[in-house]
Design a protein around this ligand. Structure first.
Ligand code: 9MA
Length: 232
């Protein structure tokens, strides 16, 4: 059984991605509002829209710091961001909900999500996903790398240089595979479990339906959310 070793370059890569991931958190004022504002469905939706908008901003900033991302074709960068935003945001909000929040915030955010006019059929799979992410107890590096790998998925709509994206994603997958072996020695299947997060794709689909239903109920989105998800 050969010894799993992380190379110098891979260590530098992890360091760069983790620094970007830690640097780009949702601003305090946004998360603070979660505790202050009152509890009406409208107010909850308004707050979640603000959190979603700030999550997109944080995502764009994080993506720009992924080594190699900015050397991809410009239009492909946009295609990757638009294609992966929902999935990256599900990962980010799952990570935030499953631990990062200061005490009390998590329950408040959960409560606001439950009372934001979202349909039940979407609520269950979403909270199941949040629970399964929480049970993985991912390290910060694993979360940052998993988000990076999600963003660098080559088969998003309109991506032209498929191979260039695939090569970049492969590099990140190799690092994550080694990290999982080193950081979860008691669970050899751990990396495979991370790959099982295909639920993300079904949540992507649910999310599109949720957008439409919010739109028909005349909910307002911000320009950034309209742009990233092509909402009219
Ligand atoms: C911030 C937040 C956290 C957890 C659940 C939800 C529903 C939200 N809010 C939204 C999400 C969204 C997201 F930001 C992260 C994860 C899953 C998501 F559905 N997408 C959108 C799109 C238009 C408006 C909102 C309010 N919205």
């Amino acid at each position: 059984k050969e010894k799993v070793e992380i190379t110098k370059e891979q260590r530098a890569l992890i360091k760069a991605i983790l620094a970007a991931y830690d640097r780009h958190q949702i601003p305090q004022d946004v998360t603070k509002k979660l505790l202050q504002e009152q509890y009406s469905a409208e107010e909850n939706f308004l707050l979640l829209t603000e959190v979603a908008t700030s999550q997109v901003q944080v995502l764009v900033e994080f993506t720009k710091n992924i080594p190699g991302f900015l050397s991809l074709d410009r239009e492909d960068q946009i295609a990757l961001l638009k294609g992966s935003a929902v999935e990256a945001m599900f990962l980010r909000s799952a990570q935030v909900l499953s631990k990062k929040m200061p005490s009390g915030h998590t329950e408040v955010l959960e409560e606001r999500i439950r009372k934001s006019g979202m349909s039940e059929e979407f609520m269950t799979p979403m909270f199941n996903f949040y629970k399964s992410i929480g049970e993985l107890h991912m390290t910060q590096e694993e979360q940052a790398l998993l988000t990076t790998i999600t963003i660098l998925t080559p088969d998003r709509p309109y991506v032209k240089s498929h191979e260039a994206v695939e090569r970049l994603q492969e590099t990140m997958l190799n690092v994550l595979r080694k990290l999982c072996v080193l950081q979860h020695p008691q669970e050899p299947q751990y990396f495979a479990r991370l790959g099982r997060l295909t639920e993300l794709r079904t949540l992507h689909h649910y999310h599109a339906e949720m957008l439409t239903s919010w739109k028909t109920n005349d909910h307002k989105f911000t320009p950034l959310l309209c742009e990233i998800w092509d909402v009219q």
